[in-house]
Design a protein around this ligand. Structure first.
Ligand code: AMP
Length: 596
């Protein structure tokens, strides 16, 4: 890769950012040429390029695709065919991304050197941070990281999330000591497959080091808040462990036990008293600053769908800790970094690093007018795409990526707005993921999957002569863990008037679980394994509620001719309206099935 060296630290890392961004166009062209050269003999590229390695041939002939088009190739590889179907390098692992295609999780190819690229980006974060918050090398970081269960493909390739891949790699495990990344969590606690034991040990370790901790965080805001609710449930146990100098016997993982032993083997009653006093306070407002008095900021993704957690983070920090969102990345490629990490979450922009992959953009207009009109299956003409150097300030684009690992002009599905340029490299505000209607944690449910799930569940009403006539949904994160709420309007015996015959609770609960069983793999993992999403709720509303909803939206300027019931609602007023019409609420009685 351009910048093969991984260990850019301090000034050198900042210089490398300047170097790369100053000649962003050149770096991009070189990356594309390199990909075309290295992968020219692959079945996929040969089909379109007929042996050519020419950039203009690539632009004319290689189609812009969604995952669906590459899925058959990836499937063949996971079933044992050669990586050369799509890439000139051996595919070393499959990264499970948080999207679905035809109800299956998306699987992204990855090659060994992708880990170098990801490490390169991670290594830029602290030098950037150090410019704004000095002294971060004089203490510790309580960063809560977790691995997720992994499987293997029929041909034996590991299939796991991109973060799990990184934590299990030698790039992470054998990293050289760095005072800027002196973390409270022993690696063994991060690598523990049991998320409860992992969480317990990582939080306990963070608490033991409370006076040295300079920054707090997790990858996603949702995970950090989950840790806080775990703390609420477990702080008494932490106090006991600290007071007695003995780790709770419920922690059975031998690696966790041995890595935690040096931290708590000496009884420390005064620390236990301190924790007891702080955690017994009637309000946990600002608790983070009490528990970790030297913390200077919270690090977590708080952009995109994670923005819904900003108020909760501000509550627990009493608004005293800046929320820092350092990077923008995906399973297919890591994209960029935030060069102004202390900016307000609403103003966060990511600077695209031009050496991570080859980037192109689908223009969506100056005010995102095409935003709503472009869908997954719409064919995007090749000549519509623009390069990184052709982007216009203020305009909206969908990101398209070409990688060494075998994705060519692949639509990532993210909508970005250009907010500026750092040297020649564009900077973006993350607007949204196209099509995603509901998201609590790493789950991302699109309208199509939601609709399919509802279509299956509503069949359960038929034997009772009841009919689902309208529905919408909402991601409720007012309590932790957040959960999906569905509003259902049901008519009985074909009558809007005689709506008095309520269905048996059991039937409605079955509907809840039926929706969940049909939702995608990541949703079901969040529910059944990570426990980061709570049981789905159906709120049955009075007949006519959806007419009232339509009236409301039209009163807000919507067009009566074009009105379609929104399948997800964020407006507080609209939610209030529906909530005032709720007749009964039902929750899923159990976890949906999930097999790793
Ligand atoms: P995955 O492929 O499952 O790793 O998910 C990657 C997606 O997560 C990206 O395409 C974005 O939609 C979203 N994402 C990643 N980083 C950020 C960020 N900093 N802000 C908002 N969304 C993000």
């Amino acid at each position: 890769m351009d910048g093969k060296k991984l260990e850019y630290k301090g000034e050198e890392a900042l210089k490398e950012i300047e170097r790369l961004t100053a000649k962003a166009g050149r770096v991009q062209l070189d990356i594309l040429k390199e990909i075309l050269t290295r992968n020219s003999k692959t079945e996929y590229l040969s089909k379109y390029m007929k042996g050519s390695k020419d950039v203009s041939d690539f632009k004319q002939r290689v189609p812009v695709i969604t995952y669906k088009a590459i899925q058959p190739y990836i499937k063949r590889i996971t079933n044992g065919e050669d990586s050369s179907l799509i890439t000139g390098h051996p595919i070393t692992e499959i990264l499970c991304s948080s999207g679905t295609s035809g109800r299956e999780p998306k699987m992204m190819p990855s090659i060994a050197e992708d880990l170098d690229r990801r490490t390169f980006l991670y290594n830029l974060i602290m030098p950037i941070m150090n410019q704004y918050v000095p002294g971060l090398d004089e203490g510790k970081a309580m960063l809560l990281y977790f691995v997720k269960a992994e499987t293997s493909t029929p041909c034996g390739l590991p299939a796991r999330t991109v973060l799990t891949s990184y934590y299990k790699s030698r790039h992470f495990k054998c990293r050289s000591p760095d005072p800027f990344n002196n973390c409270t969590s022993p690696d063994q606690t991060i690598l523990c497959n049991d998320s409860n034991q992992s969480m317990y040990c990582q939080l306990l370790s963070g608490i033991v080091h409370r006076h040295q901790v300079l920054r707090l965080g997790a990858v996603f805001a949702s995970a950090f808040l989950r840790a806080l609710s775990f703390l609420e449930r477990n702080w008494i146990n932490f106090c006991n462990d600290i007071r007695s100098g003995q780790l709770d016997p419920l922690i059975t993982d031998p690696e966790c036990r041995s890595s935690m032993a040096p931290l708590i083997s000496v009884p420390n009653p005064s620390l236990a008293d301190e924790i007891n006093e702080i955690c017994s306070l009637p309000s946990w407002k600002g608790i983070l600053c009490q528990l970790w008095p030297k913390a200077k900021y919270i690090e977590a993704v708080v952009t995109g769908s994670m923005a819904q957690y900003i108020p909760a983070l501000e509550y627990y920090s009493d608004g005293k800790l800046p929320l820092v969102c350092t990077m923008y990345a995906s399973s297919e490629c890591y994209f960029g970094v935030n060069l102004k990490p202390l900016s307000d979450p609403a103003d966060v922009s990511f600077t695209l690093l031009p050496n991570m992959g080859y980037f192109e953009f689908i223009p969506l207009g100056e005010n995102g007018t095409r935003l709503m009109n472009i869908d997954d299956d719409e064919e995007v003409r090749n000549d519509k795409l623009v390069d990184l150097v052709q982007l216009s300030l203020g305009c909206y684009y969908e990101l398209v990526v070409t990688t060494f690992a075998g994705l060519y002009r692949h639509r990532v599905g993210d909508v970005l707005q250009v907010t500026g340029f750092h040297n020649k490299a564009p900077q973006f505000r993350f607007i949204c993921r196209r099509n995603v209607v509901l998201s609590i944690d790493t789950d991302k449910t699109n309208e199509e999957d939601l609709h399919k799930s509802v279509s299956v569940a509503k069949k359960l009403l038929e034997p009772f002569d009841a009919l689902l006539v309208e529905y919408t949904s909402h991601a409720d994160t007012s309590r932790l863990p957040g959960h999906y709420v569905m509003y259902w309007e049901i008519i009985y015996h074909g009558s809007m008037v005689d709506a008095t015959a309520p269905l048996d609770d059991k039937v409605m609960q079955e509907c809840c679980i039926a929706v969940e069983e049909e939702l995608d793999y990541i949703y079901r993992r969040c529910r059944a394994y990570d426990k980061s999403v709570g049981p789905l709720e159906i709120r049955v509303v009075e007949p006519g509620s959806f007419d009232a909803l339509m009236d409301y939206f039209i009163s807000q300027g919507g067009s009566i001719n074009q009105y379609k019931t929104p399948r997800c609602i964020k407006s507080n007023k609209a939610l209030k309206l529906l909530d005032s019409n709720v007749k009964a609420c039902f929750f899923s009685p159990r976890d949906p099935k999930w097999i790793p």
